[in-house]
Design a protein around this ligand. Structure first.
Ligand SMILES: C[S@@+](CC[C@H](N)C(=O)[O-])C[C@H]1O[C@@H](n2cnc3c(N)ncnc32)[C@H](O)[C@@H]1O
Length: 269
């Protein structure tokens, strides 16, 4: 039933310009829907963010966020929407409506600070301005959820993770949206097997996924990059989700025993 309603609203929204009376009614209904516990599919459709419909991200977010819905979470989203033209803010409104006690922080390259109101605070900053982003994260974090829906440029996705991951709470989730750009040279990626892909976000996070097995390594990890605090990495269609888990993990093998290590180092006969 809820699913059918979300699709119905999506259809109503098709080709609907922002600021029309119907758009305003749908957004107003969004506040009420959040209040009575509507899911993220419906809220996305009501507020008009493409996280549902154009993309199928909200079902993934629902799984990540449902348990925290009533908590006073801190959520940071890079990319407010609208680029240099419209003001955007559709997803920020959705998050604020979903997390009724949550504090929502938005960052955009363009000035969208006029959207700051109540529990929503918006900053103008490039996602790769390490000094400003760190200052912002220190003042308003640590965060329960961090979402990168900014430029979608591959070097930015990787760099932003490096800046913001330390500001995610233990148990929190970090999401990178629209990672299809990994396969597109115009965003700094490239088709599989090309040098562009080797520098892409997907390639980088796939390598980072080895972090979850750090306690099983027989040799120290070569070079920096892996992070023992990465509890899981999940790849969805166009979406990467990382969870932070600072609990100590141990191998079920006695890898500190040189004899065991020696045995495991030997290739099969
Ligand atoms: C896809 S839109 C965000 C949509 C919004 N999150 C939603 O779901 O409704 C991307 C936004 O990222 C912003 N952006 C682009 N490059 C950026 C950068 N380097 N730093 C921060 N924001 C950036 C754009 O101005 C644009 O508003």
């Amino acid at each position: 039933m809820a699913g059918r309603l979300s699709r119905l609203v999506l259809n109503l929204r098709r080709n609907l310009p922002r600021g029309t009376p119907l758009d305003r009614h749908l957004q107003r209904f969004g506040r009420l829907a959040g209040f009575v516990g509507a899911d993220l599919d419906l809220l996305a459709a009501l507020y008009g963010t493409d996280k549902f419909g154009e993309h199928e991200y909200t079902p993934v977010y629902e799984g990540l966020m449902r348990a925290s819905r009533r908590k006073a979470v801190r959520l940071l989203e890079i990319g407010v929407g609208g680029y240099a033209g419209a003001l955007g803010g559709e997803s920020l409104r959705m998050w604020a409506s979903y997390f009724r006690r949550g504090r929502i922080f938005g960052v955009d390259l363009y000035d969208k600070t006029a959207l700051s109101a109540g529990r929503v605070q918006v900053f103008q900053c490039s996602q790769v301005d390490a000094a400003k982003m760190t200052e912002l994260a220190k003042s308003h974090g640590p965060f329960d959820f961090i979402i990168d829906d900014g430029s979608h440029a591959n070097p930015h996705q990787i760099e932003t993770f490096g800046i913001l991951w330390p500001h995610l709470k233990d148990g929190g989730s970090y999401v990178v949206e629209d990672v299809q750009t990994s396969y597109w040279p115009s965003y700094g990626g490239g088709p599989l097997g090309t040098p562009g892909y080797e520098k892409s976000c997907m390639r980088w996070f796939k390598e980072l996924a080895d972090s979850v097995n750090l306690p099983e390594f027989l040799e120290p990890a070569p070079g920096p990059g892996l992070d023992a605090g990465i509890g899981s990495v999940a790849f969805h269609h166009n979406l990467i989700v990382l969870k932070k888990d600072l609990a100590e993990r141990y191998s079920n093998f006695r890898l500190d025993d040189p004899a065991v290590r020696g045995q495991l180092m030997r290739p099969p006969a």
